[in-house]
Design a protein around this ligand. Structure first.
Ligand code: HPA
Length: 276
């Protein structure tokens, strides 16, 4: 067994006794969105530092623990605290928890993040279901030797965000009267925010929202054969011709204010998604 596979197996082994039922749906909670975990029933929190080989968080608004429990009748594992390239974590380190989820049987991954709108029709406080992405980080978690047992060398990216889950999210939003935008997410390295010229460029690229997370996790999940649903909490709107700062405090505050709606959306999608 390769070194990385052994580490993933050891981390999964430590978590397995805490699993609450069948294949856990994975939940990745973005900046300011950690409040979603309060809805999880019979939660067991395991700090990242207590999981063998697991990386530990540094980013503001991120806790650094996995929460295993049940939500909307499903077994879930929430990653409360995530890893960003801008913190200096390698793409492989960012992938680690996703690999651990896969080792625990996860087939559906629901991701949230905070993002800045590039689409001028969007408002701060909106939610956006991600239909596709543009990876402008210059990085990829699959660089290096391929683990053939995990996935193929050249994973298909025609549908990184599962269409069935996107449809389900949109139908659910309609039913629950949640305003849900749809759009393309562009992932950048950060941590400096975009200049006005970069914002203009990203808009022209075809993106509706920009952020500094998600892409590494999604590529890893797709490689591992998972179905991904990702929703951005729009925390600020970046208009290149009327550009103004988006301080991190404002980003966290606006994301947190969307937390309840996002939690409601995830809960209702969870109820209807395929896992037992
Ligand atoms: N740019 C990049 N990342 C972000 C933004 C932004 O405007 N808002 C929230 N995350």
């Amino acid at each position: 067994m390769t070194e990385i596979k052994r580490k993933v197996e050891e981390a999964a082994e430590a978590l397995r006794p805490h699993l609450k039922g069948g294949r856990p749906v994975g939940l990745v909670l973005g900046t300011g969105l950690g409040g979603v975990v309060e809805a999880i029933e019979s939660p067991v929190a395991v700090a990242y530092r207590d999981i063998p080989h697991h990386p530990v968080c540094t980013a503001p608004g991120h806790q650094g623990r996995m929460i295993l429990g049940r939500w909307a009748g499903k077994s879930v594992i929430a990653l409360d605290g995530r890893f960003h390239l801008y913190e200096g974590f390698s793409p492989q380190t960012i992938s680690f928890p996703i690999r651990v989820l896969r080792a625990l049987g996860t087939r559906i991954l629901m991701i949230s993040n905070a993002a800045g709108a590039l689409n001028p029709n969007f408002d701060a406080g909106d939610l956006m279901v991600i239909t596709d992405h543009i990876n402008l980080t210059g990085q990829n978690p699959l660089v290096g030797a391929n683990e053939d047992q995990w996935g193929v060398r050249f994973p298909d990216m025609t549908e990184p965000y599962n269409r069935g889950l996107v449809d389900l999210a949109e139908k659910t939003a309609l039913k629950e009267r949640i305003k849900l935008r749809r759009g393309v997410y562009v992932g950048v390295l950060g941590p400096s925010m975009e200049t006005a010229a970069e914002t203009r460029f990203l808009k022209m690229c075809g993106a509706d929202a920009v952020g500094m997370s998600t892409i590494m996790e999604v590529i890893t999940a797709v490689h591992a054969g998972m179905d991904v649903l990702a929703v951005s909490a729009i925390t600020n709107v970046n208009l290149p011709d009327c550009y103004r700062p988006a301080p991190i405090e404002e980003v966290i505050r606006t994301a947190a204010a969307s937390g309840r709606t996002l939690g409601n959306l995830f809960e209702k999608v969870l109820e209807k998604c395929g896992e037992p």
